[in-house]
Design a protein around this ligand. Structure first.
Ligand code: ZN
Length: 348
């Protein structure tokens, strides 16, 4: 799941974040899991193409078979109308390995279900897109028996805070400390998204990582994505937030220094190139030329984690599940103060 600052703030402004301070809060007490799935199908925007019915509850689109039915928007895009739980059959094994322990997948199923229910908006032509911008959804071919079992075991369960849907964010590996939503996106802060120390994700291949980048590559990426920049001679860590993530990065270019938001720096060089902002060390490599005016040097970056780090740490969920914790324990650890429930009645 890739959440940008604009998407986070849009959701907060629309009152979709459970404990929003303005707008109409999307309360969990107007959600009845026993009837919602049949009363109102989830609408997934698949895009342009030709859909062909394959029986009463299946159709083919761009070489894939999907559950449910379909409709088309005024611009010709195909929208899949699908039962929420059937949608989760496909999403959960795409967002988390179906080979992982069932408690971790159950925690994922609850997060994915809650995320969708927050975003459903009757005023739009669709609720979610099938990519990382929301959650990855690939139709029937993505399903697995283990993931279906995790969805069925948690059917109707949602993550709540103060009687409303919690903002059930997740990312791959936090690197040892999850991130506060307010630090990640300079948005509102939520008591259950302040960041926790996580000792459970050390098995992730991204728990610690190192990257090297030629300064010339950084400069050209920065120029292409953000703003023209002169000859780059050094890049250093600037401010660090309480979770240990970089907030700013200092660039030396053209004889002057400039601070830029670390998130913008990461996006400019590529989110895959710099897997997270939990950067512990950044600077010129020792063997970089002594005179950068003659030849730009190479930047060395050391860090940990993969993704934004807010909410559930998926590798941490795996680690907790292997240690014997239940899905509800996992969610209570990463979202302190929340609970999991079916009744969805506002707490008094
Ligand atoms: Zn973690």
């Amino acid at each position: 799941m890739v959440i940008s600052r604009s998407r986070f703030l849009a959701a907060a402004g629309a009152g979709m974040l459970g404990f929003a301070t303005r707008g109409r809060a999307r309360a969990a007490d107007d959600f009845d899991p026993a009837t919602t799935a049949t009363r109102q199908a989830l609408r997934v925007l698949l895009g342009r193409g030709t859909a062909v019915a394959q029986g009463p509850d299946r159709f083919a689109f761009n070489g894939r078979i999907y559950r449910g039915t379909f409709t088309q928007t005024s611009d010709g895009s195909v929208v899949n109308l699908v039962d929420l739980e059937a949608y989760l059959y496909s999403v959960v094994p795409r967002e988390m390995s179906p080979a992982w322990p069932s408690a971790a997948m159950q925690a994922q199923a609850i997060c994915s279900r809650t995320y969708v229910l927050q975003r459903s908006n009757p005023r739009r032509a669709y609720d979610v897109v099938p990519s990382e911008l929301d959650q990855v959804y690939g139709g029937c071919a993505s399903e697995s028996p283990a993931a279906r079992a995790a969805v069925d075991a948690t059917a109707g369960s949602v993550l709540r805070y103060a009687g409303a849907f919690a903002y059930a964010l997740y990312s791959s590996c936090c690197g040892g400390h999850t991130e506060a939503s307010s630090d990640a996106w300079n948005g509102p802060s939520f008591a259950y998204l302040m960041g926790v120390s996580c000792p459970y994700c050390t098995a992730s291949p991204y728990y610690r990582w190192q990257r090297t980048l030629p300064l010339a590559t950084v400069a050209s990426a920065f120029t292409a994505q953000l703003a023209p920049i002169g000859a780059l001679t050094d890049v250093r860590l600037g401010a660090i937030d309480p979770s240990g993530r970089a907030k700013t990065v200092e660039l030396d270019a053209g004889g002057a220094s400039e601070f830029v938001m670390a998130s913008r720096f990461r996006l400019s060089v590529g989110a895959r190139t710099v897997p997270s902002l939990l950067i512990t060390k950044m600077g010129l490599m020792n063997d970089s030329p002594a005179s950068p005016a003659q030849e730009p040097g190479t930047l060395a970056i050391t860090g940990g984690g993969l993704g934004h780090g807010v909410g559930l740490c998926q590798w941490g969920a795996r680690g907790m599940a292997l240690a014997g914790h239940r899905a509800s324990d996992i969610l209570a650890f990463y979202f302190p103060g929340t609970d999991v429930g079916h009744d969805c009645r506002r707490k008094r």
